[in-house]
Structures are given as C-alpha cells and as structure tokens.
Design a protein around this ligand. Structure first.
Ligand code: SF4
Length: 304
C-alpha cells in the first residue's frame, strides 16, 4: 500500500499515511511498526496457558494514554516497519513455537495489513485482537472471520476522564458500540477442555488511583450492556508510568482500599472472569521492547 487517507479509528483524521510515516494522530505509516514478537505469559490464564500467548506488539496508538506502561512503543514508537509478508512470517514463527494463540496487541492503525496477512494465511490457533477499546464498529466489521477472540479495554465512562488521560472525550461513545460488534462476531465465550479460550470477548478494566467511581460505573455498564456474553478481567496492576508524573491524581499505585471497593462491586454484580491481585503491579511484567522485534523470539529460545 502506497499512500492511504485514513479514517480507521474514531479520530477520523483523514490524514495521508505513507508506508513509513503518517500525519494522523497516531503518527504511524501504513506498514505495521512492530516492537516485539514473543510468547507472553502474563495475560489472563485462558489466553497465556502454559505455552504462552503469541504476542505481536504494534507501535503507535490511537489513544496514547498519559500513564501508558508501554509508553516507549505507544508514544515513542520503538520498533521496525514490517511488510504484510513479514507479519505473516512472524505469525508462522510464533505458531511453530507452540503458542496457544496469535495475540495482536494494539493493531488498530494497521488493520489493512492485518486483513492482508490473515486473508493469505490462517493459523491453526485462535487470533486475538487486543485493543484499548477506542475503535469504530464499522472498521471492526471487516475483521469478521479473521478474529476469534477480542480483548478490549473499557477504560472510562466519564468523558472528562477520557479527555484528560487519553485525549478522547468521546471514548465511551465509541467503545461501547465497538464491544457490541465484537460480541456479535464472537458470541459467548467458548473454552476447550483445558480451559483455553477458543472464541469470545474478554473486557478488561484497569482500576486507576483516585477513580473508583469511574471503575464502578464501568462495571455497572458492562453488566447492563453485555451481561453474561463476555468475561470480565479486573486489573489491579496500575503503575504510574509514561507521563503520569504530570498528573498528580494518577501518579501513584492504587491502594488496597480502592482495589477492594471495586472488587466488591465486581462480585456483587456477579461478573464472570478474572481478578488480578494487587501484587501484580510490578515493572517486571512490562515486556522488553526493541527496534529489533525478533529479539523477543531469540530471548524465548535462549530461555528454553
Ligand atoms: S489510525 Fe491513526 S491516522 Fe488513522 S484515523 Fe486513527 S489516529 Fe488517525
């Protein structure tokens, strides 16, 4: 793909994107910029299992949250531009390593390449689309038949929060219909006999410090909109990273009291899914990104 006028996500930039550069909000070219290809063991148990989830971390992000723990890829754009053929090679390589699934992390700016890659090659394991949730339902419709599992965040309900921390006042306005489209495609969660997810949607919510009311509204919305059609992953791993120091309210970890307040609501609503312990808030779980995306594969092979 040479020059491309982009309106893939709710930013609707209408920006011209060249193969290796772009003038839209995400600043990305059309060639997928990739910062890590490797089995990953810290997703939900039904995604990581024992053999790892085959992650491909894409650089550039349509949200760019100020506290992003992957700031060096989402906003500093570490990584290497790869063609759709090279992306297919990455999928095949991970598949040969025996991973449970192929996990595309923040692929939104590269949906055209994702469609090209998976239209040519269909892996034998499920394909996971892992996103911050700021998506257009009409764009996602094009992924029907390609994606088996959606892993969206639902970060905020309140526009003032999504504006302050993710520069997206209309976040919930887009994220909720987008998740409806994901659930329409996947149906209710289907697990195999070993408890690995084959199909379905898991909604993630990261509890932010000083924002338990937002978290409770998010959980209430999930119950009301999606009921038992989804699994819900409640995450207590928040670490103040990226530009968090510029935003005093989110420049600390969450407290046990905040965590338990949100957990109480999760349990009271009878949501099904996964709850992450507070102890998982540790920088050791942040992956090692590089301008050489294959470094992750090499490290995994050396550790075996
Ligand atoms: S993918 Fe990037 S360039 Fe395209 S509309 Fe979204 S932010 Fe703008």
């Amino acid at each position: 793909m040479k020059e491309y006028v982009c309106a893939l996500c709710p930013r609707n930039c209408g920006a011209v994107r060249q193969p290796e550069s772009g003038s839209g909000y995400c600043r990305m070219g059309t060639l997928p910029r990739i910062a890590r290809i490797a089995p990953h063991y810290w997703e939900e148990p039904c995604i990581s299992g024992t053999k790892g989830s085959g992650t491909i971390f894409f650089a550039g992000c349509v949200l760019s949250c100020v506290f992003c723990q992957n700031y060096c890829i989402s906003q500093e754009h570490i990584g290497k531009a790869m063609t759709a053929d090279e992306l297919t090679d990455a999928v095949k390589c991970l598949e040969q390593m025996g991973v449970h699934n192929i996990n595309l992390v923040s692929p939104t700016p590269y949906i055209e390449s994702v469609i090209e890659c998976f239209s040519r090659y269909r892996p034998s394991v499920p394909v996971v689309y892992n996103t911050g949730g700021y998506e257009k339902a009409e764009t996602l419709r094009r992924l029907e038949g390609i994606v088996d599992i959606y892993l969206p965040d639902l970060k905020y309900i309140r526009p003032e929060l999504s504006k302050t921390y993710s520069h997206a006042e209309n976040y919930a306005e887009y994220a909720i219909p987008a998740i409806h489209e994901m659930v329409r495609q996947t149906g209710k969660p289907v697990l195999d006999s070993k408890g690995m997810l084959l199909k379905g949607t898991i909604i993630r919510h990261l509890i932010l410090p000083q924002n338990t009311r937002n978290s409770i509204e998010v959980l209430d919305t999930i119950q009301k909109e999606f009921g038992d059609s989804v699994l819900v992953s409640l995450m207590g791993q928040y670490l103040p990273m990226g530009r968090a120091a510029e935003f005093p309210a989110v420049n600390r970890r969450i407290t046990r009291r905040e965590y338990e307040k949100v957990l109480d609501r999760y349990e009271a609503l009878g949501l099904e899914g996964f709850v992450q312990e507070l102890s998982s808030a540790d920088a050791q779980y942040v992956p090692d990104f590089s301008d050489d995306p294959w470094k992750g594969v090499q490290q995994s092979n050396e550790n075996q």
